[in-house]
Design a protein around this ligand. Structure first.
Ligand code: HEC
Ligand code: HEC
Ligand code: HEC
Ligand code: HEC
Length: 426
């Protein structure tokens, strides 16, 4: 190689490097580094105050107050009773609060109002219920540790000044993402993960995993615990509950079947984590808080809602298909899940009824009846872990359909076992 070619070669390498840097800066690097930091005091929870310094994020946060159905026909931000479309809910949750009031979730700014208004609470409801509704948790936990969980919820009401807002997800001094829910931090610790050392990518899902998860209250302390010690799959969480952690045996006794039941809560984080997007490192924020532009400025949308309202921004940085194609694909998945969710829920409802009738037969075999009760408990768990999840299966279609299939099978087994116990054919 002569000197001239060497110089040309070197120039070419430099030019290529410059191109790569430009491409990375323009297309791949995420913003945030460019924001001007304000000094917001640690105890400031009013989003309007934060909004003075971060107007674009605040403006989009305020859109969470808008209520509208989702373009998919599922989910949506309107407060409707789920039992209107799924009356089997009234049978499956008979004897507990979710049969009285169980509405579709809506935007974050409504969290405290909806907590105060729900018919599910009464003077004995524990303070633990406010854990996922407010940034005021930070001070309450600082003052009392987990002791707040046992206090009556109504006693804590005056301290709940703000619904979910900036401080739930951001450190005011650095604006870095953070998690403040001690239940999440402890559950991750038991899995060997120190959330303080988490990468920025992981934090873009962890901030949501603080609240959009399955949990239970320890019977004595009412402490909030996430059942992840054996893993996050429906089967693994069920196995965890079977060991009666801290004496926790049931959420309630079903009045018809007399089965000890579990109530699943919104396991969005768990469901997502083993799905194709979770496994590919696509975070909750990638879809629910996409980058948007206003007057040339790129920022994170804080309108946390159905991604199908902003399909271009939410999906199309990665997918090359059209908006129509993507919406159709989501709807197809959801319709398939919806059909089996109904079948599973209805078969479980039938199992409660049949076990109740079989138990009324005096010569019925008690041990067999108990087997039927164990089966309906498990069948309902595998239905509820899907029904209580918020995406109608989109976050993990194959796992969700597998759960529903198993639920239907177990519910039929429960019915057959109860009939065998009593020699009946209900
Ligand atoms: C549910 C969690 C959550 C809440 C609540 C929240 N943010 Fe964010 N915010 C995020 C996420 C996720 C990002 C993206 C951060 C990243 O990728 O590093 C972000 C980014 C930001 C940024 C960096 C610039 C940008 O647009 O990417 C600012 C500034 C910001 N948020 C301000 C606010 C303000 C002001 C509020 C309250 C009105 C708020 N945030 C509420 C999760 C939240
Ligand atoms: C502090 C707890 C908390 C955190 C953190 C949180 N959420 Fe929520 N989220 C809730 C609660 C509670 C509701 C239901 C509020 C209601 O119905 O009153 C909700 C509702 C929602 C909804 C429904 C909105 C609608 O229009 O129907 C979506 C979507 C959502 N959250 C996604 C997320 C994502 C994504 C993150 C992380 C970036 C996140 N949430 C972080 C507690 C939380
Ligand atoms: C690949 C994109 C994607 C990712 C990643 C994702 N979601 Fe979703 N999510 C969706 C879609 C699509 C829906 C269905 C929306 C609809 O029916 O309109 C949805 C629905 C929801 C809903 C219900 C919204 C409503 O209207 O009631 C919540 C809550 C939610 N997701 C939370 C989360 C959380 C928490 C995470 C991370 C653990 C997450 N999502 C990760 C795409 C995503
Ligand atoms: C950050 C990148 C990213 C974003 C954002 C994203 N996806 Fe994906 N999506 C992927 C990857 C990676 C896969 C795995 C398959 C592949 O490699 O193409 C995938 C797979 C899918 C699949 C096939 C699912 C399956 O179970 O096989 C569907 C459907 C899908 N995405 C829809 C969406 C929709 C709808 C949105 C927006 C709400 C979205 N995606 C947002 C990266 C993304």
């Amino acid at each position: 190689m002569n000197k001239k070619t060497k110089i040309w070669g070197l120039l070419l390498v430099i030019a290529a490097l410059v191109c790569i840097v430009v491409v990375v800066q323009t297309f791949l690097r995420k913003p945030a580094a460019t924001i001007k930091l304000a000094s917001i005091p640690a105890g400031e929870y009013d989003p309007a105050v934060w909004g003075k310094y971060y107007p674009l994020e605040y403006e989009s946060y305020k859109k969470n107050q808008e209520m509208a159905p989702s373009p998919t026909g599922f989910g949506g931000s309107e407060k409707v009773q789920k039992s209107v479309k799924e009356p089997e809910i009234l049978v499956n949750f008979k004897g507990m609060a979710f049969s009285k009031d169980y509405t579709e979730d809506r935007g974050h700014p409504y969290a405290v109002q909806d907590l105060k208004e729900t018919k599910r609470i009464n003077p004995t409801t524990p303070g633990a219920c406010m854990t996922c509704k407010t940034p005021n948790l930070i001070d309450i936990y600082k003052d009392m540790g987990w002791n707040y969980a046992k206090k009556p919820l109504t006693e804590l009401f005056p301290r709940l000044k703000h619904p979910i807002s900036c401080a739930n997800c951001h450190d005011p001094a650095t604006m870095n993402l953070r998690v403040v829910n001690p239940a999440f931090i402890e559950a991750m610790q038991r899995r060997g993960i120190d959330v303080k050392k988490a990468s920025r990518e992981d934090m873009r899902s962890y901030v949501c995993g603080q609240c959009h998860v399955e949990y239970y209250f320890e019977p004595e302390s009412k402490k909030v615990v996430f059942p992840w010690d054996k893993g996050m799959l429906p089967e693994q969480m069920y196995a965890y509950y079977q060991e009666k952690p801290a004496g926790f045996d049931q959420d309630w006794l079903h009045p018809d079947s007399q089965a000890k039941m579990l109530k699943a809560q919104h396991p969005d984080f768990e469901t997502w984590s083993s799905g194709v997007h979770g496994k590919s490192g696509v975070s909750c924020a990638d879809c629910h808080m996409p980058y948007v532009r206003k007057q040339g400025q790129k920022y994170t949308s804080h309108w946390v809602t159905s991604p199908m309202r902003l399909t271009k921004e939410s999906c199309m940085p990665c997918h090359t298909q059209s908006e129509v194609w993507l919406l159709e694909r989501v709807k197809t998945i959801q319709n398939n899940v919806w059909q089996l969710q109904r079948t599973a829920g209805q078969t479980v409802a039938k199992a409660h009824e049949v076990i109740g009738k079989a138990a009324a037969v005096t010569k019925a075999n008690k041990a067999e009846l108990d087997k039927a009760r164990e089966l309906v408990r498990k069948a309902q768990w595998f239905w509820d872990i899907v029904a209580a999840e918020n995406s109608m299966g989109f976050h993990n279609p194959d796992q969700v359909l597998n759960s529903l299939g198993r639920s239907i099978d177990m519910a039929h087994q429960a019915i057959a076992t109860a009939n065998r116990a009593a020699g009946t054919s209900f």
